[in-house]
Write a protein that binds this ligand. Structure first.
Ligand code: GKR
Ligand code: MG
Length: 427
């Protein structure tokens, strides 16, 4: 006898703006506010499932169109939800400026990022309905906590915009500032490994920062990620100088052939969240041995089931897997933690921007202990929505139409009107 599961009766899409510190990267600097989209899937049983994804205009438009197709679907039809809107793929030329940091953007990548939030919300609803955590629906947790790395950024003390959001972190523009930031991460959540967002300062300064971290935290795994901003020559130099000090280099150069050559010549492990961001991109990278660690991201890959598919492919081809992060709140952290808990061979601490976000739409913020998040065992994702907080952030979204897209180049231009997006490679 089959048991009927509740069906989807409605979908609420709430765009919000969240405060973001002035973090520097290859493209420019983070804006004072960044858009996110909160998804609520309403069901015939009364339970509501939560999801979160990018909130830039192109994602909002696609979410609005695809959400109509969810109505009437069973919350057990998770595969069908993840497959919504699949069709011809095309390059997206008018993508938000920050998309440069997630590699080539296509219409199907936008679709995947939208359905990932629907899929997570449906899993959340299913888990709440059945009284089991999402990790049980994914086959069961193989660990009770998930490790994250302390994600270090060069940053300014404040945004160059009057009345902008402020933060509790100091400026960090040299090795001493980066080490001080890492110490603060240690005090905040006991992080035991660190990633530095590079591609900001000339490479010798970033090498010096990594060396300063290695001296301060002997044995701690360290990574450096210039988002593809180095020439082959620079990448070779950094790889040679940091061999033995760094766990891996992340997207040191932008091209597949360069990455393959870099690995062949230096044997340094290379990770990516820019070159391999969808299933079609796996084979060329693995065939050339251009990538040794894939930084998965359920927002990129189309959900939690797709993340597990990717994990299986990486396992089969002897590649490492970890998790990438972009500015996000607690619903996304819950989803990342739920899926990470079920992947046996997750050998690297995952990335998260969460400590940089002072706001959330949850009733309770996640805490880190020894750099880890405890895997929630409550039904669904194990988190609850703070409607008043979400409403406040939505009001901000309505009040500040100038932040409809994340645009790190435009944000940098506010400090330096002559600033242009750097030509590749930057260094
Ligand atoms: O937020 O500045 C940033 C990061 O550079 C982010 O956009 C990247 O997607 O963190 C990401 C990465 O690992 O490349
Ligand atoms: Mg990266």
């Amino acid at each position: 006898m089959s048991v009927a599961l509740p069906s989807i009766t409605g979908v609420r899409l709430t765009p919000i703006l969240i405060a973001d510190p002035p973090l520097l990267n290859l493209s420019g600097v983070h804006q004072p506010y960044t858009p996110r989209l909160i998804v609520e899937v309403l069901t015939s049983a009364g339970v509501i499932g939560l999801g979160e994804t990018y909130g830039d205009a192109v994602y909002l438009e696609r979410a609005a169109a695809l959400s109509r197709e969810l109505i009437g679907m069973s919350i057990g039809a998770v595969n069908a939800v993840a497959g919504l809107g699949r069709g011809a793929d095309a390059l997206l030329n008018d993508a938000p400026a920050a998309s440069g940091l997630r590699g080539v953007l296509t219409t199907d990548k936008v679709r995947s990022s939208v359905v990932s939030a629907f899929e997570v919300a449906v899993f959340d609803a299913l888990g709440r309905h059945l009284g089991v955590p999402v990790h049980t629906l994914l086959g069961g947790a193989v660990r009770d906590r998930v490790e994250y790395s302390g994600y270090l950024f060069y940053k300014w003390a404040e945004h160059p915009v009057e009345g902008a959001s402020s933060d509790d972190w100091d400026a960090a523009l040299d090795p001493a500032g980066i080490v001080a930031q890492a110490r603060k991460f240690l005090a905040y959540g006991g992080f035991r490994s660190f990633k530095l967002k590079g591609g900001v300062l000339p490479p010798e300064q970033e090498i010096a920062a990594i060396r300063a971290l290695a001296a301060e935290f002997p044995g701690a795994p360290l990574r450096l990620d210039p988002n593809g901003g180095w020439s082959m020559r620079t990448a070779l130099q950094v790889a040679e100088e940091l061999a033995g000090t760094i766990e891996y280099l992340e997207d040191p150069t932008a091209g597949l052939d360069d990455l393959a050559e870099l690995h062949r010549r230096t044997a340094i492990p290379l990770a990516t969240n820019m070159i391999v961001t969808c299933f079609d991109e796996i084979r060329p990278a693995f065939d050339r041995d251009a990538v040794q660690i894939v930084l998965s991201d359920h927002h990129f890959w189309g959900g939690l089931l797709a993340t597990r598919d990717l994990a299986a492919i990486c396992r089969t081809y002897g590649r490492g897997l970890s998790i990438h992060s972009n500015t996000h709140l607690g619903i996304s952290l819950a989803a990342m933690t739920q899926v990470a808990a079920t992947v046996p061979d997750l050998d690297y601490a995952c990335d998260t921007h969460y400590p940089w976000q002072s706001e959330d739409v949850l009733t309770e913020r996640f805490r880190f202990t020894d750099g880890c998040v405890a895997v929630p065992d409550a039904p669904g994702l194990g988190v609850d929505l703070d409607r008043a907080a979400m409403a406040r952030l939505h009001e901000r979204w309505k009040a500040l139409p100038e932040y409809r897209n994340r645009d790190d180049v435009a944000a940098m231009r506010r400090a330096d009107p002559a600033y242009r997006a750097p030509a590749a490679p930057k260094f």
